[in-house]
Design a protein around this ligand. Structure first.
Ligand SMILES: [Zn+2]
Length: 291
């Protein structure tokens, strides 16, 4: 089994996670720029974070045999802080980079006018840079937030096949399917969505334009939820090919629209259960850091 996690925040995860993900079949992932929990207070803090998503984290992932890509954007939560808004001015420089496969994650948190401004501005940037978009939906008042998200996306002029609407559930999947946007689901240990509910949604809505991610971050989350969903699909009677479509070919198809998804031949081979022993460079880097 080969797995592509289309939304996971590896900056917050350990090397044990990388090892376990490789053993589970994860060969590629996308790390969206997001909120780090501790509020950032200045532009430089974002610039260093974006550089890390483009430099250090892909390097770290490569030591474990995993291809790392990212999305860059000002997240909705911090779009409300006036000290962070100038991030919008430096985004074009980052959106030009090779490993940036979408603008994101964008969207609404509390649905303020500041969030409206940052969301629309970044959708314009996506059009200008010919990049697809990853949109986060709010955790509170999700149906209203998702409806408004779809309206704003429609007004932006982006074609729906270039947009992921993420963190969906049974309430919001229908309207996103109707819009033509890609529907994504974050499978979590105890909130949002679990793997069995996910299987029922796939049974009901089909496998086209459907994405499953772990969205693992600094909170209680599980980077192996992609594998667990794959197993639940097989137990429910889906075929190996169905699993490959949802967990590999769909995310590849979506992010390939950036024109930047260059997957090494070795990363695309099927077959999990292997142990990757190539992390000696990282060990060297760490020893150096400890000197
Ligand atoms: Zn996220």
């Amino acid at each position: 089994m080969r797995i592509f996690d289309p939304h996971i925040h590896m900056t917050s995860r350990t090397t044990d996670d990388y090892e376990a993900m490789y053993a589970a079949g994860v060969r590629a992932l996308v790390e969206p720029a997001f909120w780090l929990g501790q509020p950032r207070t200045n532009l430089g803090s974002f610039v260093d974070y974006f550089d890390s998503l483009l430099g250090w984290e892909p390097f770290r992932a490569a030591q474990f045999g995993i291809e790392h890509f990212c999305t860059i954007g000002l997240n909705p939560k911090e779009a409300n802080d006036p000290r962070c808004v100038e991030v919008l001015d430096v985004l074009p420089r980052f959106l030009a980079k090779d490993r940036v496969v979408a603008v994101g994650e964008l969207g609404y948190d509390s649905m303020t006018k500041e969030e409206d401004f940052a969301f629309s501005r970044q959708l314009e940037l996506a059009v200008q840079h010919e990049l697809p978009v990853l949109v986060h939906t709010p955790h509170r008042d999700k149906a209203t937030g998702t409806r408004r998200t779809l309206d704003v996306v429609k007004e932006s002029g982006l074609t729906p096949e270039r947009v992921i609407v993420d963190h969906l559930n049974e309430m919001t999947v229908g309207m996103v399917r109707d819009s033509g946007c890609w529907a994504a689901f974050s499978v979590y240990p105890d909130t949002k969505m679990d793997e069995h509910r996910m299987v029922r949604i796939l049974q009901e809505h089909g496998l086209d334009r459907m994405l499953v991610n772990s969205a693992a971050d600094w909170g209680r989350s599980d980077p192996l939820k992609t594998l667990k969903t794959a197993r639940a699909m097989l137990e429910a009677g889906f075929s190996d090919d169905d699993v490959d479509k949802v967990l590999w070919r769909n995310p590849v198809e979506f992010y390939a629209q950036s024109g930047r998804l260059s997957l090494a031949e070795s990363a695309t081979e099927t077959g999990a259960g292997a142990t990757f022993e190539g992390n000696s460079v990282l060990r060297g880097a760490r020893d150096k850091a400890n000197d």
